[in-house]
Design a protein. Structure first.
Length: 251
């Protein structure tokens, strides 16, 4: 069985990494290319970039930013935000991304997941689910879909998703711990890897998430000091969590 993954997440707006709480109050926390390189240096297994304004602004993800990141890191990275078609996704992969994340466009037209899987391979398709109170929200958390996260995860799997990136809006940015109940429910409903997202504040929080999911997304806990990732990995291993030993992934 693959070892759990530690995946720093960079939410990007206007070309800068931002972070907020419960999807609001965004603040600038740094340059995405520099942070990506720092996380790779300190042993990230993968990276996730989410263009958090692309859907709301009706535009595509920043392709040039993806190219610059690809030049700096040698680890897999996923890019999401503004992916509405196979062509959008293919352009991101051509620019250097390894996987694409889809969210609002897939909710509006679930067949997109199948189109992406058929064209790119399901290993390259990550369906991002933003949930509040167990219900899926779209358009950067601004729109209620009425769908249960568990039900949408099952449908996404049936349509060809390769992974589920599950973010709890309720715990996002709080550093109070992941929504373990939601994460465990979704993990039990599908046979896909689950990336738990939203709420990491301590090593214990990450260990708890990795007990029910295959990967932990990390943001606030790292942004102010990327070297914390190396310490986090050592602390998890000391707690008996079998994380990977690889470090210093640089291009």
């Amino acid at each position: 069985m693959p070892l759990p993954r530690l995946i720093p997440c960079l939410d990007v707006a206007a070309g800068r990494v931002v972070k907020g709480v419960n999807f609001g109050g965004l603040r600038d926390v740094g340059d995405p290319v520099a942070l990506a390189a720092a996380y790779a240096e300190h042993g990230a297994d993968e990276l996730v970039f989410l263009d958090v304004k692309a859907t709301l602004e009706g535009r595509r993800t920043l392709i040039e930013l993806v190219r610059h990141v690809a030049e700096q890191v040698a680890i897999p990275f996923t890019v999401g935000g503004g992916v509405r078609s196979v062509a959008d996704a293919a352009d991101l992969l051509d620019a250097g991304a390894d996987k694409v994340g889809v969210n609002s466009a897939a909710l509006a037209r679930p067949g997109l997941v199948t189109e992406l899987a058929n064209r790119l391979g399901r290993q390259a398709v990550v369906v991002a689910i933003d949930a509040q109170g167990g219900l899926v929200r779209s358009r950067a958390g601004t729109t209620d879909t009425g769908l249960r996260a568990v039900d949408w995860a099952r449908e996404a799997e049936d349509r060809g998703a390769g992974e589920i990136l599950l973010t709890s809006i309720d715990t996002d940015g709080t550093r109070a711990g992941y929504d373990l109940e939601l994460t465990a429910a979704v993990a039990a409903a599908v046979d896909l890897p689950i990336i738990a997202s939203g709420g990491a504040g301590t090593t214990a929080h990450v260990a708890a998430a990795l007990d029910v999911a295959q990967a932990a997304l990390l943001a606030s806990i790292l942004h102010e000091r990327p070297s914390r990732l190396t310490e986090l990995r050592d602390e998890l291993r000391a707690m008996g969590v079998p994380v990977r030993r690889e470090v210093a992934h640089v291009a």
